[in-house]
Design a protein around this ligand. Structure first.
Ligand code: MRU
Length: 360
């Protein structure tokens, strides 16, 4: 039995409404639970960039809804004008965040539906309305599918979790980072739903504090025992024998299993390896980029240094001292025990194992 208080019932990360795309503003959590409705695709792009919505699968859903919203409000009178609008919308959304491949995956999927429905319609105004409807339907399908995919990942991953003990996670790979339920946190939810006695240690995840602000918030809301630690405590608790397993999400996985995820994930993986603790990645197939042979090819987003030099709006570093802010790092596949997907679990050699999952 899955936890009946699953947080995708308690809040909706993102949804399509008649008025526009509605999102829970994650920059305001945990202090305030504010929902925003965007009526213009450029606002959706800005919401992705500024991390009102974040997490690879949620970014994918937002991008798909952004495309549908842009086309819905397009004033195009013929197919050529609508296609030009599609390109403009796709480009704006694609320029928001470079690492999470789900963004590009979603835009590509929307493009496929756009071209297909355009080719089936009369090239004038009435026919274009059904193209608009097709894109709205596809964006909503991407959302519903994402929740089902997370639940499937939960079923595959639950068996890998110990019967009892503490699981460490980094960043937020939960309902907030997806259409609902979560990837890494979905596996934990499913394991608890299956009767395992787990508790979670959440790394605070400097500098954006997804662990402190978001993971702690959604797990507490779901009555899953969660303890917050700062990032530099993980090694200590592993060495003390307090951590049974680590599970994280991913923003992009290369064909060989190398995994880009929130900055700091690599350090956690090395520490887990050093301490003989299994390190799991949970991600949908839409996060796996089989076009890249290895993780060195994954583009890493560099965000504003101000996110490092300031904490909750307070400057914590001397004026003028430069800071760096790579938002992600790449964990080499040799540190990854298994990758949990909706189609099953991949293990070394990942290139064969992942290819096999795509072929199913
Ligand atoms: O910068 P963010 O908050 O978008 O980064 C999110 C992560 O790194 C998540 O772990 C990843 O996207 C997986 S979410 C299921």
């Amino acid at each position: 039995m899955l936890n009946s208080h699953a947080p995708y019932d308690a809040f909706k990360t993102i949804e399509w409404t008649e008025e526009g795309v509605r999102m829970l503003d994650q920059t305001r959590l945990p202090a305030e639970e504010i929902y925003r409705t965007y009526t213009d695709y450029r606002e959706v792009a800005e919401a992705i960039r500024s991390m009102v919505i974040r997490g690879a699968p949620a970014i994918g859903v937002a991008a798909a809804m952004g495309v549908a919203l842009g086309i819905k409000h397009s004033a195009a009178k013929d197919a050529a004008e609508l296609r030009a609008d599609f390109e403009r919308i796709a480009e704006t959304l694609s320029k928001t965040r470079p690492t999470a491949v789900n963004l590009f995956w979603a835009v590509k999927r929307m493009r496929g539906v756009f071209e297909k429905s355009l080719s089936c319609q009369a090239a004038e105004a009435p026919g274009l309305d059904s193209v608009r409807k097709a894109l709205e339907a596809e964006a909503q399908r991407i959302l519903t599918e994402d929740i089902a995919i997370n639940e499937a990942m939960g079923r595959h991953g639950a068996d890998l979790m110990p019967d009892a003990g503490t699981i460490l996670t980094h960043c937020n790979a939960g309902a907030l980072a997806t259409g609902g339920y979560g990837t890494a946190l979905g596996v934990i939810r499913a394991a608890i739903g299956a009767g395992k006695k787990l508790q979670v240690f959440a790394d605070e995840t400097r500098p954006f504090l997804q662990g402190a602000r978001l993971t702690a918030w959604e797990l507490a809301k779901d009555h899953i025992p969660v303890t917050l630690i700062t990032d530099n405590m993980a090694g200590h608790f592993m060495k003390q024998g307090e951590i049974r397993a680590v599970i994280v999400g991913a923003d992009r996985i290369a064909a060989n299993g190398d995994t880009a995820n929130k900055i700091g994930t690599y350090s956690v993986a090395v520490l887990a390896h050093e301490n003989g603790i299994p390190f799991y990645v949970a991600a949908p197939l839409s996060t796996i980029d089989m076009s890249l042979v290895g993780g060195d090819l994954i583009p890493i987003e560099e965000r504003s240094a101000a996110e490092v030099t300031q904490l909750a709006g307070v400057t914590i570093a001397p004026q003028g001292v430069p800071a760096r802010h790579p938002a992600f790092d790449v964990t080499p596949h040799r540190y990854i025990t298994a990758i949990i997907t909706e189609r099953g679990v991949a293990r070394e050699p990942f290139t064969d194992s992942l290819r096999g999952l795509f072929a199913e």
